[in-house]
Design a binder for this molecule. Structure first.
Ligand SMILES: NC(=O)c1ccc[n+]([C@@H]2O[C@H](COP(=O)([O-])OP(=O)(O)OC[C@H]3O[C@@H](n4cnc5c(N)ncnc54)[C@H](OP(=O)(O)O)[C@@H]3O)[C@@H](O)[C@H]2O)c1
Length: 356
């Protein structure tokens, strides 16, 4: 066995069921990415976010040395002329567009105007400027949240726009669908390979732990951690606890993104997930176990549940040769360690985002 530092997860082989150890090298080495080369200039938009940071980490590990980044303070993606100037001066060969306004049900319901305006505007600004400056390859971060509420499960890419959206995140979904379509139409009209990846719920190092606006998994990690420290006798979950969700470690997504950028003719959109689902209540119990919280977990059915079930169909992505390597338990252990590290070094993200 190699250095313990690089041990990431223990997985069961999907065909024989045997347990195998996943090493960091499994994510980073031995991959042939014919369309991607370390000499290309790659702009990662949103590099301080959960996804963007994971993509930059993996690019660096793979020896990419022309990685272009700009923080929100350096480049406001809502500012069209600034975005145009940025692309004219950097002229990236490849763009990974991982910037966005993201959040859980509460944030989506409270700030629909910002969710539609910001996601729509930053995407259109960057996609158009990328095309104008000669970028040939762009990966846009969509989401499985943007499929219709009652789309057949597991969610197939063909379900996009087939029936009404989930009302709690409609604003976010409409903006993201517009940008997925923008990529599709620029590709069709101008021959540029602009395509989208549709990840399921993500988690991992560098997540946002804001108490009201974070996603369900970072929210659970924070609440159980705080409940443990405060010796609280019970923790209340929003909703019934019955919705089924799928969770993908962000390092698995980063590996999928680079893998898909290496494919010559990728589909316009492609789901990325684990194919495994868990109820919110079961997830809460698993998080409580990993965090070391031993109190009671109760549900609050007066709060909204969101979509009842959300599982991605992975046929397309598995056919390209990519598979996830993290089990949920191993990924959560890795993430809780990162949570403690981020807290200890005061680098934890608890930003609520700007509203107006
Ligand atoms: N997290 C998930 O579970 C999940 C699941 C499926 C899809 N996705 C998609 O993946 C993408 C990335 O998500 P994430 O979880 O990595 O989000 P995140 O952690 O919140 O990161 C978003 C990044 O975008 C930047 N940003 C926001 N507004 C900006 C602006 N006006 N100008 C410049 N930068 C701006 C943020 O910078 P500041 O923090 O400095 O504002 C941040 O670095 C999003 O498109 C999201 O929809 C996420």
């Amino acid at each position: 066995m190699g250095c313990v530092k690089f041990l990431l997860a223990v997985r069961h082989c999907p065909s024989c069921g045997e347990r195998g150890v996943v090493m960091r090298d499994d994510l980073t080495a031995g991959k042939t990415d014919p369309m991607l080369s370390p000499d290309q200039t790659i702009y990662v938009a949103g590099h301080r976010g959960l996804v963007g940071a994971a993509v930059v980490r993996l690019l660096q590990e793979r020896g990419f040395h022309n990685i272009v980044v700009a923080s929100h303070a350096e480049l406001d993606l809502l500012n069209q002329s600034a975005v145009t100037r940025f692309f004219e001066s950097t002229r990236p060969d490849v763009v990974v567009f991982a910037a966005g306004k993201v959040g859980g049900i509460h944030a989506n319901q409270s700030y629909p105007a910002e969710f539609i305006y910001e996601n729509l505007t930053m995407g259109t600004n960057a996609i158009h400027a990328a095309w104008r400056s000669g970028t040939k390859r762009l990966m846009y971060l969509g989401s499985t949240c943007i499929y219709p509420r009652m789309a057949p499960q597991p969610l197939q890419e063909e379900s996009l726009l087939s029936s009404p959206l989930e009302p709690t995140n409609e604003a976010y979904a409409v903006a993201k669908i517009a940008n997925v379509k923008l990529c599709q139409f620029y590709r069709r009209q101008y021959g540029v390979t602009f395509h989208s990846v549709m990840p399921t719920n993500l988690y991992g190092p560098g997540d946002n732990y804001h108490p009201e606006e974070s996603h369900v998994l970072p929210a659970l990690i924070r609440r159980f951690h705080e409940a443990k420290l405060a010796k609280q006798s019970q923790v209340t979950l929003w909703g019934t606890g019955t919705p089924l969700r799928e969770f993908l470690h962000v390092d698995d997504l980063a590996a999928a993104i680079l893998h898909l950028l290496g494919i010559e003719n990728p589909p316009d959109l492609i789901n990325v997930g684990t194919g495994e689902e868990i109820s919110i209540l079961e997830l809460a119990s698993l998080v409580a176990e990993i965090v070391g919280y031993s109190g009671k977990i109760v549900t609050d059915p007066s709060r909204p549940d969101g979509t009842p079930r959300k599982l991605a169909d992975l046929s397309r992505v598995l056919a390209t040769g990519w598979t996830p390597v993290f089990s949920l338990k191993a990924g959560l252990i890795n993430t809780y360690k990162a949570f403690l590290h981020e807290q200890q070094h005061q680098i934890q993200r608890v930003s609520p985002g700007e509203h107006g």
